[in-house]
Design a protein. Sequence first.
Length: 99
Amino acid sequence: MDEFKDKVGKNEQRKLKALRDGEQSVWFGLGMFGLIGWSIAIPMLIGIALGIWLDNRLGDRISWTLTFLLVGVVVGCLNAWYWLSKERKEIERQEKHDE
């Protein structure tokens, strides 16, 4: 029963804080989606450009475009993971500070 009371109390505190600080708009959420999307798209596009350049330069049997596309996707996903974990840590820090 105490767990339930604690959970309800924390939810109430979070809601009161949101009212006090002002809720973030839908545009903020869309901006965060955009940030994550661009953090994946930019390394991917750079990888594609580098791969095309190498394919034209070397004329090898290996498709450098596909290789660097995959490298760009991996780097972009790691980049997005970094930003999301950083944001999550900030939220957790705020929650501890509020308690």
